[in-house]
Every structure is written in C-alpha cells, then in structure tokens.
Design a protein around this ligand. Sequence first.
Ligand code: GDG
Length: 478
Amino acid sequence: MSRMIVVSNRVPLPDKDGKLPAGGLAVAVHAALQEEGGIWFGWSGQSGEEEPGPVHRRSHGAIDYVLTDLSSRDVDEYYSGFANRVLWPLFHCRIDLAEYSRRDKDGYFRVNRLFADRLMPLIEPDDIIWVHDYHLIPLAAELRRRGVKNRIGFFLHIPWPPADILFAMPIYDQILKGLSSYDLVGFQTDHDLDNYISCLIREGVGGRAPNTPLAEAAPAAAALRAYGRTFQAATFPIGIETAEFARLAAQSEEMDEVQDVRRSMNGRDLIIGVDRLDYSKGIPERILAFERFLELNPDRSGHVTLLQIAPSSRSEVPEYRDMQATVESLAGRVNGTMGRIDWTPIRYINQGVAREALAGLYRQARVGLVTPLRDGMNLVAKEYVAAQDPDDPGVLVLSRFAGAARGLRGAVLCNPHDSEQTARAMEWALTMTLEERRSRWRDMMDYLLEHDIGSWCRSYLAALSHSRDHAAPSQSDT
Ligand code: GDG
C-alpha cells in the first residue's frame, strides 16, 4: 500500500504519553496511518495577529503530524465564518441561519490555498491523500492546480443538501465543482449521494458516467462524469469502535460517578440525550417532546427523568450562544411547571462528561433519545446501542433525519418536528417487552459489530486505492 496523507481541519494529537484522544475516528485513522506510515496535516488550533509562521512537526511511531497556525483573521473568516456560518447551516438545511459574506468566502478559499501550499513540499508521487469534511472542499482543486496527480479522496461527515438548498448559496457552483477534483467522494448515506448527483444533473454539469464499472462495492456507489473529470462517489456510513465501547460500558457501570447517578434516580426510569449544543441536534424540540410526554402520561410524573448532556460548542458563533439561552430557558420552564419538590423532570448539564462515565450512563438509561433535525450520521445513537446490557437492553428512539437511521433498523423512529409522535415513541420505548427489546438490540448490535469504524476506514481506503482502475482519462487534472 502507498503512504497516506490525511488532511483535516483539526488534528487529534496523541498526548505526551502517546495516548490517542478518545473517539473512534482518531483511533481508526491512526491505525491506518501507522500501518504504512504517513502524515496527518491540519490546523494547530493556534492563531494570532501575525501571519502564520512555519509549520510545526511532531512524530509519533510511523506518523508525522504537521500543523499550521492560522491568523486570527483566517479563523474568523474561514472557520467561524464560511465553514460554520454558511456551509454548516446550509448543509443541515438551515438557510435561515446561513450568513453569507464575500469576506468570509474569500477567507475560506484563502485558507484552502494556504493548506495546499503547505502540503505541496510533503507530497511524494505515490502518496494517497485523504481529505476530511466541509472545511476543505476546495483543497483537491488547489492541489491539482499546483500539479498534484496523486489519488485524492474526500469524505463528507455532514449531510449533502438537496439542490434547491445548495443553490441558495452564492458560489454554490464553486463548492459543487470542488468535489469533482477528487478521485473518490465519500458520503454518509445514499440520500446524500443522491442529493449530490441531483445537484450535478440540475446544474447541467454532469451525472452518472455511462458504462463505467465501479472499483469497489459500497452500499451505494456511482461512477460520475462532471466538469470534464471522471470520478467515483459512494457511501461509507461511519461507525464506532463497537466492541471496545461495549467493554467500556460494562466496566463503567461500577464507576462511582455512574453509581451515584443510579442511586439518585431512586428507581426512576432514565432517558438520556447527549449532544454538542448545536441547533442541528434538535435539543429544544426534544425538551418540548418530553414535556408533551409528561402531559400525555400523567402517571409517569415523578417516575421518569430526562438527563440531557450538552457541552457547549462553537460558542464564538452567535447562533450557538442564542441556543444555549433557549435550551436553559426551556428546561427551566418544564422543571418549573411540571416538577415537584421531590422530583426534577429534566437534568440539564451544559458541560462535557468523561467518556467512561458517558458509556456507563448510556447503559443505565432505559431510553436513548437521539432526535437531531438533520445529522450526517450521529455516533451517539451507535454508542448508546453498543453500551447496552445484552440481557436487558434499553431502546433507541431515533430521528428519521439522522444518517444512523438508515442502518439501525431496530430503533424506534420518530419525526423530531412532531412532538406528539416523539412523545408516543418514548412511551412505547418504556413499555416495550423484554423480548422485543432484545430482538431489536441484537439486530442493531450485529450491524454495528460488522460495520465498525475499522471496517469503515478499510473500505474507504480500498475504494480510494482502486478509484482509477476503470476511470476514463480526465482532462482537467492540472
Ligand atoms: C459530525 C457529524 C457524524 C458528546 N458529548 C460528550 C461527548 N460527545 C461525543 C459523543 C460522540 C461525539 O461527541 C458526537 O458525535 P456525533 O456523530 O453525534 O456528532 P458531531 O460532533 O456533530 O459529528 C455527525 C460525525 O461527524 C462523524 O462522522 O456522525 O453526523 O455532525 O462520540 O460521544 N463525549 C464525551 N463527553 C461529552 O459530554 N466524552
């Protein structure tokens, strides 16, 4: 296999003892890099008033980490601006929250050019390059412009929007075209892939390439021809470290912190929600659905608690600060109107919880309530399932708009915009027979064991290595 260069906005560095950050993606990609050696390149997280100095390098085993600082202006325009105030809301179908400005758009392309300039001296002819996520869509085009002929793959962690939503963004055509410079574009689900192909067709710039065999079987795959290039697009639904997480949850049950929560529940049923505080996750809608659940089921009053863990994220973006106030006020209202002196219906924690404790809490919860309005995949849904006790598993209530709903057939699906339906899904989950809970859980767990993060990483890289096997020559690689 060839050497690999992974590029992402941030780089999950090992700590000074060599321990990798928790979370499957970092572990799986590190494992792949470790095998043949390689480079992980990205932003250091540091910024200052000055223009960025030279890159920082650090080695760990066979992996070189190469990090670039950015200027404060870069961070403001590229990261907080175009990536998180235009692409993120728009790709999650929130045109109303997208704040487009030419200044931020220029910053986004400028940082992609900076990444390309800094990558150029690192790239050797046989390297395979794997670029992650919406921050870096134009990177392949910038590298091709500088003469790079290597295989370059891209994986989009968030959804790809329907054409009418994408087209609402000025310069949508540059974003659409940007993906055609890759050899393999990976999406989370067939819906995202279909949306992408529809955008090419609606724009009249391309579509499926006729009679081109696919290099690698994926749940859904297409050979595409657009903007004069032939390339592959396919779905690779991301997974978690399933077996590892199940072990962690079984051990964590005994942790003091988890036992304290159990005692404090006093025999009540626990429903758990875990999300970065982000408007795509549907937290206000979830609280309203829980309120509806209590109204519809007065006998549950005093017997069920919703634990909502929601650490802040992107607080430099105004929409995220507003959301924090909305969630606090809604949770306060429900507790004030529905609570009793001996029972608080919602425990809302606006802080992160250690991964071990999180695994134990998932296992304790009768219901995992995962109700994003739109989500590329949603790993919390998968972690909740992996954490369950096989003899007495809880039930996953899952939004039909999460990518995870495409694979987790044993979940109780709901529409998060319909509080009544979500409330009924909660009640059904709490009353489900042990036999049905076991059978639904087994179905999901088998799927998660087969489609774990290691297999995701391997199948993506295998498809990228073979992405040119049958490709017609492309005219615009330089
Ligand atoms: C993007 C896409 C896609 C959350 N709170 C705590 C905590 N977490 C961890 C969870 C989970 C991760 O954060 C969140 O992952 P998600 O997949 O749910 O969501 P995004 O961050 O939006 O991720 C998403 C993903 O990329 C991967 O492709 O699935 O659709 O939006 O692992 O456990 N972890 C700890 N404490 C917390 O309080 N330790």
